[in-house]
Design a protein around this ligand. Structure first.
Ligand SMILES: Cc1cc2nc3c(=O)[nH]c(=O)nc-3n(C[C@H](O)[C@H](O)[C@H](O)COP(=O)(O)OP(=O)(O)OC[C@H]3O[C@@H](n4cnc5c(N)ncnc54)[C@H](O)[C@@H]3O)c2cc1C
Length: 266
């Protein structure tokens, strides 16, 4: 549980930024508060972004843009999102806890936190995705995920190139709503592939070797074996590293096969 001394609704991004900079160790940007509730933080100023119009999903200038306050449930129900990338964004979050939870948890809180287990991050990484930060500007998601968390910044939105690529998502969970034991997303655009593997249990990363296998026509099984061999798989209470490695081979193969079939159908 957390405690909050003062709860603030900034009227502009500049005001939100200024409030955060006053004491970024003790002040906090609020997403849906689902994760914050699990901690024991004493928040001096809780900065609620809900008056800043960041709950919008827009298709603009060739990009699908997801504001930081967009909820996970919106990814499952918004027609702009479900109609693109074979609906993998909505599908990737559909096993997270339950609908009421997904009506609260946000894109901003999920991406900014860089959770290793994040289904959404894994799916976004297989697309052409950038994040837009108040201070850090716009940078590719892969670069953002590889950098340490800057607690003095605010994630404003996620931008995905609306390039019509096909995609597929697969995860394995010990029970339906558990955290993923392993997650995989694959996409293909004009013969160029991206293969993302998350919940290793470390953060999602791309497997370049798996992508190369698919680009050179070696097929889904070879891509699965390549992702299993290239990436590092660790152990935690959900699974051992060896098991995750075996899962990676299977899930990458399945996702690549599905993506290929979608690509062939057009
Ligand atoms: C019980 C439980 C089960 C879960 N299971 C899964 C699962 O299976 N798969 C999965 O992918 N995820 C899972 N999650 C994570 C969940 O999907 C969200 O990613 C998580 O709750 C964070 O989103 P939030 O909006 O609640 O963020 P919050 O809890 O509000 O914030 C989390 C952190 O991010 C910061 N923050 C929030 N928004 C911003 C912003 N715009 N800019 C900068 N900093 C920001 C906050 O200050 C805080 O430090 C689970 C979470 C819980 C609590």
């Amino acid at each position: 549980m957390y405690t909050i001394k003062s709860y603030v609704f900034p009227e502009s991004l500049e005001e939100a930024d200024e409030l955060l900079q006053r004491d970024c160790r003790n002040n906090a940007i609020l997403g849906g508060c689902c994760w914050l509730k699990l901690g024991r933080r004493r928040i001096r100023s809780a900065i609620d972004l809900s008056k800043l119009g960041l709950d919008q999903i827009e298709v603009r200038d060739g990009f699908l843009e997801l504001g930081a306050c967009v909820t996970l449930r919106q990814l499952e129900t918004n027609p702009h999102v479900t109609a693109r990338f074979d609906g993998i964004l909505g599908r990737s979050v559909s096993h997270i806890v339950g609908v009421q939870f997904r009506n609260c948890a946000t894109v901003g809180g999920s991406v900014f936190s860089r959770f290793g287990f994040s289904d959404l991050t894994c799916a976004l990484l297989a697309l052409d995705t950038t994040v837009v930060l108040q201070r850090g500007g716009e940078l590719p998601l892969a670069e953002f995920l590889a950098s340490p968390i800057a607690f003095n910044d605010i994630l404003l939105k996620v931008r995905i190139r609306d390039d019509g690529r096909h995609a597929a998502y697969e995860s394995v969970r010990r029970s339906t709503t558990d955290f993923p034991t392993l997650a995989v997303a694959v996409s293909c655009l004009e013969g160029r592939w991206k293969v993302s593997v998350g919940a290793r249990p470390a953060r999602a990363v791309l497997s370049d070797d798996a992508a190369r296998c698919l680009e050179s026509g070696e097929g889904p099984a070879a891509a699965g074996a390549a992702a299993a061999n290239e990436l590092v798989y660790g152990s935690d209470l959900r699974a051992g590293g060896d098991y995750r490695k075996k899962l990676a081979a299977v899930l990458v193969r399945r996702a690549a096969q599905t993506c290929m079939e979608r690509e062939n159908k057009g």
